[in-house]
Design a binder for this molecule. Structure first.
Ligand SMILES: NC(=O)c1ccc[n+]([C@@H]2O[C@H](COP(=O)([O-])OP(=O)(O)OC[C@H]3O[C@@H](n4cnc5c(N)ncnc54)[C@H](OP(=O)(O)O)[C@@H]3O)[C@@H](O)[C@H]2O)c1
Length: 271
């Protein structure tokens, strides 16, 4: 069966690269992001280049209505939901009832200042986009994947999840921990769950934060193409955690033995 892949944050950076590499494999796509024009442009490019079906859902995942529409699309493939009309209008017609077989939880952003300097509301929204939203989407996806005894959930985390790096690192650590557990438990039911943990990647992420990319040494930057290729390879191998690139696998191993103060100093780069 051809996979149908729902990707959040699919218009830029790592999410756009997931969309491209899945389309290259002939998978059909459901792309989610807030801004409509880049979403439609990305969808049109992928349809034209790879001849795959691409649905779009323009939704702010931090907005209850936006999240509900994406949840409805994921539930549309669950047994008994096929004709329930749950699927969002934006996803449209027959395609909207095709079950999503792969979920990529990717949408996210960083906060430039440390915890106590931010408004609490900003911290709560940041926690929601990185933890509550991906858990909600994974929960909905599992309702449709478990009865079919197959499916894949990729949580885009970060190497920051292995380091003391503020609430961003804490949120990513939560998704790494969840993925480890879910991979064990749902792996027995034929569902793969993988946390893909990139280091610094050339995307719009740092620019959106207003961070000077020059503070990070050149050798620490990765291309999204490599991150996604290695992430998909490790997911296919059933790994719970994927750290793309040899240099970050080495650095990650060092975080387990180096003093926390040194790791925290190194991890503070790029903010
Ligand atoms: N770049 C890095 O160095 C790096 C390293 C490790 C991990 N990561 C993780 O990788 C993931 C993707 O980051 P990226 O670097 O590819 O960032 P990016 O280039 O800024 O892309 C972020 C994507 O998320 C979407 N998005 C943001 N907020 C959203 C919301 N509230 N609702 C729906 N969509 C939303 C954006 O589109 P709209 O603005 O149109 O919504 C965009 O498509 C994040 O989870 C990030 O934490 C990044």
């Amino acid at each position: 069966m051809t996979d149908t892949v729902l990707i959040t944050g699919a218009t830029s950076g790592i999410g756009a690269e997931f969309a491209r590499q899945f389309a290259e494999r002939g998978c059909n796509l459901v792309l989610v992001a807030r801004a409509v024009a880049p979403l439609e442009e990305t969808a049109a490019t992928l349809r034209a280049r790879w001849g795959v079906d691409v649905e779009t859902i323009a939704a702010d995942l931090l907005d209850d209505g936006g999240l509900a529409r994406v949840l409805a699309r994921l539930r549309a493939g669950a047994p008994g939901a096929a004709d329930s009309g749950e699927a969002p209008a934006a996803a449209g017609g027959h395609a909207a009832r095709v079950p999503v077989t792969v979920l990529v939880n990717n949408a996210g952003y960083g906060l430039v200042r440390p915890f106590a300097d931010n408004a609490l509301d900003d911290e709560v929204r940041h926690l929601r986009i990185h933890v509550e939203v991906p858990l909600s989407l994974a929960h909905a996806a599992l309702q449709s994947m478990r009865p079919r005894r197959s499916g894949t959930i990729i949580n885009v985390a970060s190497v920051a999840g292995f380091t003391p790096r503020g609430t961003y690192g804490a949120a990513k650590a939560a998704m790494i921990s969840f993925s480890r557990w879910a991979n064990l438990v749902y792996g027995r039911e034929g569902i793969r769950v993988t946390a893909v943990c990139p280091g610094f990647v050339h995307t719009d992420f740092h620019q959106r934060m207003g961070v000077d990319k020059g503070t990070v040494p050149a050798f620490l930057w990765l291309d999204a193409g490599l991150v996604v290729r290695e992430g998909l390879r490790d997911t296919a191998a059933g790994k719970a955690v994927s750290v793309p690139s040899r240099r970050y696998r080495l650095l990650t191993a060092l975080t387990h033995v180096a003093p926390s103060s040194l790791v925290a100093r190194l991890a503070a780069r790029g903010r």
